[in-house]
Design a protein. Structure first.
Length: 215
């Protein structure tokens, strides 16, 4: 099955990816800025569920196909790496618009019910391009292909970024909800976050392209 070294390596890669603010984090921040802590936490829960649905889809679909074909593996990996670089460039180019985007992601008005908020978070988690690329292109690389039981391995490995994401998204939500006025009145603060995330995403894309099984 999955070795401790594989889990630790995947945890390090996951932390790097998750620490970079992406669509899910932006959505949590937007909800926190507009509606406060309760809505932010319900959004985090939805994101977590949606993200693990991606893990399940990869484990029982894309993951099996990748396991059987080196060509498919390379195609998925390179496509994922290219898209990560694209996301990084876009994040850096539009870093000054991060504040406006965050606020636009949650329209003014009363907060929705908790269940509806969770469902909104699930939709964002499932359709998050960063999550799709990461789980499809990176997750299969850390499974032990010679040990078999690939779906079970990926379901187990998938809990690593889910746990990290739950912690970091919760911190983002709590921080944003506790400092709503401080975040909302400064373009520069969110711009710096977006710029740093863009550079990190580009570096991650290059790393994904340069590593992984080649047999």
């Amino acid at each position: 099955m999955v070795s401790t070294d594989q889990i630790l390596a995947f945890a390090a890669m996951s932390l790097l990816v998750i620490a970079i603010p992406g669509p899910a984090v932006l959505f949590v921040i937007g909800r926190a800025l507009a509606h406060g802590r309760r809505t932010a936490m319900a959004t985090v829960l939805g994101n977590v569920i949606g993200s693990y649905l991606l893990v399940v889809a990869v484990a029982f679909g894309v993951g099996s196909l990748v396991e059987r074909s080196v060509v498919v593996f390379m195609a998925v990996k390179l496509a994922g790496a290219a898209y990560l670089v694209f996301l990084g460039v876009q994040a850096f180019r539009h870093r000054k618009e991060m504040k406006a985007s965050a606020l636009r992601s949650t329209p003014d008005g009363p907060p929705r019910g908790d269940l509806r908020t969770v469902m909104d978070g699930i939709v964002v988690g499932v359709t998050n391009p960063k999550g799709i690329v990461f789980f499809a292109a990176v997750l299969p690389q850390f499974a032990n292909h010679s040990a078999g039981q690939l779906p079970a391995q990926m379901l187990l490995l998938g809990l690593v970024p889910i746990t990290i994401g739950t912690i970091t998204d919760t911190l983002w939500g709590l921080t944003a909800s506790a400092a709503r006025t401080w975040f909302a009145r400064s373009d520069r603060r969110l711009s710096m976050i977006g710029g740093a995330g863009g550079f990190a995403m580009i570096g991650l894309g290059v790393t994904v392209a340069a590593t992984g099984r080649a047999e």
